[in-house]
Design a protein around this ligand. Structure first.
Ligand code: FMN
Length: 211
């Protein structure tokens, strides 16, 4: 039995969002194909994801310098403990499904905060004398991203920093298998948005069978 983290970085509902609509269909198809797997939903807009603020950086520095956890301030303790719980949950999972809209060529800030929370030495990667090494080589991931324009090919491909960022970070964790479903071009006049969405849903259902 595998554990799947279904990580959504969108403030709206599937009826209002191309990426969430495709994500929902993917997860339904995945559940059907893998009835004994556990799917854990992480709605990043509802989760407490601490940013790396002064409490976090000072708390970590105190621990590195030999202080015990009890010696941290209350705010430092609660944020450091929450960040520990986030990365531990991440490492314990087997597969990751990320869903996000493209905002300003990239991911929403809450997904960047979550990615920071999962980029922890000793958990998702480690430093060696030959440089950093990923610790999650047995895991796999999927990113469903919606964007108004087309970025998977053509002139805008070089400014795409959503999927490409996530892919690089996950490769840094050692994850080699990263699939993508793009719901893209919905704001261009060339194709009907509904047709783009239906095509992406069909793609998602196909990917779900073997993910
Ligand atoms: C704040 C914001 C920034 C956006 N930035 C881009 C962008 O850089 N490139 C693009 O093609 N579309 C951009 N869009 C359009 C969305 O990517 C598009 O509407 C997409 O369908 C959003 O995903 P969703 O349908 O799941 O909400 C932006 C939309 C918003 C609200």
């Amino acid at each position: 039995m595998a554990t799947v983290l279904y990580i959504t970085a969108h403030p709206l509902d599937p009826e209002e969002s191309f990426s969430l609509a495709v994500g929902k269909e993917f997860i339904e198809a995945y559940r059907e194909a893998n009835p004994t797997d556990e799917v854990v939903r992480l709605d990043l807009y509802k989760e407490n994801i601490p940013q790396f603020d002064a409490d976090v950086l000072r708390g970590w520095e105190k621990l590195r310098s030999g202080s015990s956890f009890d010696q941290l301030s209350e705010a430092e303790q609660s944020k450091v403990a929450r960040l520990d719980a986030i990365v531990d949950q991440y490492v314990a999972a087997d597969k990751y499904v990320y869903v996000s809209p493209m905002w300003n060529f990239s991911i929403p800030p809450v997904l960047k905060a979550y990615t920071d929370a999962t980029s922890i030495p000793g958990k998702t990667f480690k430093y060696t004398k030959d440089g950093p090494v990923g610790l999650l080589s047995s895991k796999k991931a999927l990113h469903i991203q919606a964007s108004g324009s087309v970025y998977s090919e053509g002139p805008l491909a070089e400014v795409e920093m959503g999927y490409s960022y996530l892919k690089k970070i996950l490769q840094f964790y050692g994850i080699q298998s990263m699939e993508a479903i793009f719901v893209e071009g919905t704001a261009s006049s060339e194709r009907a948005p509904a047709a783009i969405k239906e095509e992406a849903i069909a793609h998602a259902k196909e990917v779900a069978k073997s993910f």
